[in-house]
Ligand binder design. Structure first.
Ligand code: 8YV
Length: 328
């Protein structure tokens, strides 16, 4: 029977599901497993359950039997698609099940940044409430403002619905292609990136990380934003020129930023973003609820079992859809 390697902690029910169809192995050393430890474990694996590990030529050379890699994530920028294609290794991801949870977090980050929640929570806990009068506690409104969403995928749509129907916001969006259905259901307006940056009170980045979106937000883009605007990133850190963001904040070209993702993760302790009170920082928790991470792990397990047992695989990433499901 196929042999799979589970390379990150998953609920017992997920491992039990895989064990019905495959021979399972998994790391029992300290978490997280390092790349060099992982490379030693996969030499006879047919399938791999993972998140984030770079699946490139080096990795695949250590796994000659590998037929499928299953990400417990919707993002799959860790897949070197050309390396996987030439070895006929299928890659899957976990779309849909996390959309609402990530959208909730995106709105939480918008509200936290606009109303300065972490900074003011600390002020109360430090016993400084009342020390400066009311005005120093003021934030900015979210309701009725303009939300510009860069990347109108499934998660972008969930965010747009929250902004429109929850906070009566005006929704602008920029995307690789127009989505008339979203314009219809949410009343969102498609526009150019430049116009979105100039008009939005909140600029929210929700694109996948690809060669085309690398450093999509840079010096020029931040300079187009209103000085009263707030930047939110819930996509990937690499879609932002982080140096340009730091300078835009230091030069007051934008008001504030809410960041769930960073160019390097975990973020380096000397990163200037960590010293700015108008920057809210989170440790990449977009999908991090018990239920959603369970659903993602179970979906990734089902993707993996389908791939290594030759059944129909639902969530093959688009760029790898044409691959034959199994090596002879
Ligand atoms: C991941 C994410 O689950 O799904 C994605 O692409 O970024 C998150 O939901 C998280 O990075 C795993 O640790």
């Amino acid at each position: 029977i196929p042999k799979v390697y589970i390379a990150r902690p998953v609920p017992a029910e997920v491992e039990a599901y895989i064990s019905q169809y495959c021979q399972c192995e998994k790391w029992n050393g300290p978490e997280p497993i390092t790349r060099s430890q992982l490379l030693k474990q996969i030499s006879d694996a047919d399938g791999l359950l993972i998140t984030g590990e770079k699946i490139d030529d080096e990795f695949l050379d250590h796994a000659p039997n590998l037929k499928a890699v299953s990400n417990i994530s919707v993002g799959y920028n860790n897949y070197d698609l050309e390396a996987m294609k030439k070895r006929n290794v299928i890659g899957t991801n976990t779309p849909d099940v996390l959309d609402e949870t990530v959208a909730d977090l995106a709105l939480a980050l918008m509200l936290s940044t606009a109303r300065r929640l972490p900074e003011l929570d600390k002020l109360v806990k430090d016993g400084k409430w009342g020390s400066k009068g009311d005005e120093p506690l003021f934030g900015v409104d979210v309701h009725g403002k303009t939300l510009g969403i860069i990347g109108m995928g499934r998660i972008g749509e969930s965010i747009a619905r929250r902004g429109k129907f929850g906070f009566n916001m005006e929704i602008l969006y920029h995307n690789r292609r127009r989505k008339p259905e979203v314009e219809e259901t949410v009343g969102a307006t498609y526009t150019t990136l430049e116009h979105l940056l100039r008009e939005s009170d909140f600029v929210l980045l929700m694109v996948p990380y690809t060669p085309e979106t690398k450093k999509l937000m840079g010096r020029e883009q931040f300079a187009l934003m209103k000085k009263s605007a707030i930047f939110i990133n819930t996509s990937r850190g690499q879609t932002v020129d982080e140096k340009a963001l730091i300078e835009a904040l230091q030069n007051k070209e934008i008001l504030a930023a809410g960041l769930d993702v960073f160019d390097q993760e975990p973020v380096a302790p000397d990163n200037p973003l960590l010293t700015m009170p108008n920057v809210v920082t989170l440790p990449h928790i977009g999908s991090a609820t018990h239920q959603t991470r369970y659903d993602m792990a179970m979906l990734a397990a089902k993707n993996l079992v389908a791939a290594v047992t030759g059944s129909e695989i639902v969530n093959v990433v688009p760029e790898l859809k044409g691959l034959r499901p199994l090596k002879e």
